[in-house]
Write a protein that binds this ligand. Sequence first.
Ligand code: CA
Length: 222
Amino acid sequence: MRILIIEDEQKIINFIKKGLEAEYYTVDFVLDGEDGYFKALNERYDLILLDVMLPKMNGFELTKKIRERGVKTPILMLTARDTVEDKVKGLNAGADDYLPKPFSFDELLARTRALLRRATTEKSNIIKIFDLKIDTASHEVARGNQKINMTSREYALLEYLARNKNMVLSRTRIAQHVWGYDFDTQTNIVDVYIRYLRKKIDEGFDKKLIQTVRGAGYKIGE
Ligand code: CA
């Protein structure tokens, strides 16, 4: 699951990002409303955490504009302005939920999960590739009847490959998605993590699911 944070206070971003990454979510952030608007329009996210008071474009305006453009990504608004009027304004603009600051991480996580659950009830949470099963709601992974434990990065990498089943993904694309924009392209971190994944997913099984495509990158498929 991929989450976008639109917030101008770096301290709050760090606090949320660290917590969500520990819970196996992939997190991107931007620091103003305009950047948030472009990212929300042009990239696919499962949830947007949106501050109201933002430079360049406020959260109400941003919500209204992306809804007008047909973006249905759930939005959880975060704001210090805890008045009924603002709550109504946010929900009317097209936000799905509202969380007043200061909030505890546990509450943010509970609401995040609830929104993601709501958004995925019509769709299945399970991605299946041969006998590999990935539950994108609970983040449980199993091959056959064997449950597989993973670190948060390993899971994020596996989910990204699985969501793009049978598609070749370049190392750069994988790195940007799983490690974010501050990623140093000189490292071989993708190869290292693919090795970890192979150990957990493919080792001991006749059928290998993770494939190296020479000169291009990696893919997962049957
Ligand atoms: Ca703010």
